[in-house]
Design a protein around this ligand. Structure first.
Ligand SMILES: [Zn+2]
Length: 64
């Protein structure tokens, strides 16, 4: 990721938001479906699901 000009994290202001890709149900790749902060202590992330943006869920955990 070095040398790429990713957007700065809005939460901590020191990490960068790194895009993640995913695959849709039909197997087509979805670019930039989620963004996560490169600072692990920050943990800021956002996801885009079916055109809706959801903020602040920790990747790998689920909340009820
Ligand atoms: Zn951050």
């Amino acid at each position: 990721m070095e040398g790429r000009d990713w957007p700065k994290c809005m939460k901590c202001g020191k990490g960068q938001l790194i895009p993640l890709s995913d695959y849709g149900r039909d197997g087509a790749s979805i670019m930039f479906k989620a963004w996560v902060c490169s600072d692990q202590e920050c943990g800021y992330n956002l996801r885009i699901d079916n055109g809706e943006i959801s903020l602040g869920r920790t990747i790998g955990q689920s909340f009820k």
